[in-house]
Design a binder for this molecule. Structure first.
Ligand code: FES
Length: 297
């Protein structure tokens, strides 16, 4: 398959890597110095807490829609006088307020991107940041110029909207083309019924063991004598949970430190927003078998 032109071009922009790393470190530092509230805020921005789903794509529709209304209202007010000039001002104000949250959630997700995905995410983020800056300058001009249409303000917000569409295309490409923040277990193929994965002595207390259950990697953990099983591929970006760490019934992913409960697969901390599929463990005469608690598909 030929690589899309946009990917081919961005893949060559290696200079972005150093710049992206500085931004990522800055984001990590800000959340880090905030301590526990920072961790909660980060989970909130990812969508791990409260929403239980990536928050950024859910937010971005608001500034997109409101900004489109602002541009249309500005032009209708200018050419027909059938709308007050304030209509565009109000719509743009709504767009910018929502865009602020979109920027915060977007840069939080960007914090954990890597390689080509990171370059695309950076391009997307920078385009959106310029768009928002144009919108803010347009809003300021409207504020200072008082009532009546201000051609430069309208021109700036219109240019910002064009950038918003270009940036939105790249954001869609990140999710649908590159799989950023997509649940890595959504397409997993595994057993429909119990399948043998070993014998009881294979799973020592407190160790993380990866087994193959009809083609699906499963993490086996004996904790307090009881054997638990969840999908071994981290839902966030595919990290190997069996190479992570176990503490108090919670496994931490080695890649970006998402934390999952080993008994119910729920996310304790992001960046993951989706839980891990859970497996029922059956032991008969020391033979261990597992099957998905709920059908995978
Ligand atoms: S792959 Fe990112 S937290 Fe596991």
């Amino acid at each position: 398959m030929a690589e899309p032109l946009i990917d081919r071009w961005i893949r060559r922009q290696r200079w972005m890597d150093g710049f992206a790393e500085i931004i990522q470190k800055g984001i990590g530092w800000i959340y880090g110095v905030l301590g526990r509230p920072g961790r909660f805020l980060q989970d909130l921005m990812h969508g791990t807490k409260v929403l239980g789903h990536p928050l950024h794509p859910a937010i971005t529709d608001i500034p997109m829609g409101a900004w489109a209304v602002a541009v249309v209202a500005d032009f209708v007010a200018h050419f027909t006088n059938r709308l007050p000039t304030e209509a565009g001002d109000v719509a743009l104000a709504v767009a910018l307020a929502a865009a602020l949250l979109a920027v915060l959630t977007g840069y939080t997700d960007f914090h954990h991107t890597f390689a080509h995905e990171r370059r695309v995410a950076l391009t997307h983020g920078l385009i959106m940041s310029v768009a928002v800056t144009l919108g803010v300058v347009s809003m300021a001009l409207r504020w200072w110029s008082g009532s009546g249409i201000h051609p430069l303000a309208v021109g700036l917000s219109t240019a910002g909207f064009v950038l918003l569409i270009v940036g939105g295309y790249l954001g869609g490409h990140l999710v649908f083309g590159l799989g950023t923040m997509v649940n890595r277990n959504a397409f997993a193929e595994g057993p429909e019924d119990f399948v043998a994965v070993g014998v009881a002595s294979d799973f020592a207390e407190g160790t993380l063991t990866r087994v193959d259950a009809a083609g699906m990697p499963v993490l086996m953990v004996r904790d307090g004598g009881e054997l638990h099983a969840i999908a071994a591929v981290c839902s966030h970006a595919g990290g190997p949970l069996d190479e992570g760490t176990l503490d108090g019934g919670v496994v931490t992913c080695p890649w970006h430190a998402s934390r999952f409960c080993i008994t119910d697969g729920k996310v304790k901390n992001g960046p993951a927003t989706f839980g891990q599929p859970v497996f029922v463990v059956r032991e008969i005469d020391a033979n261990i078998a597992v099957k998905p608690e709920v059908p995978l598909h």
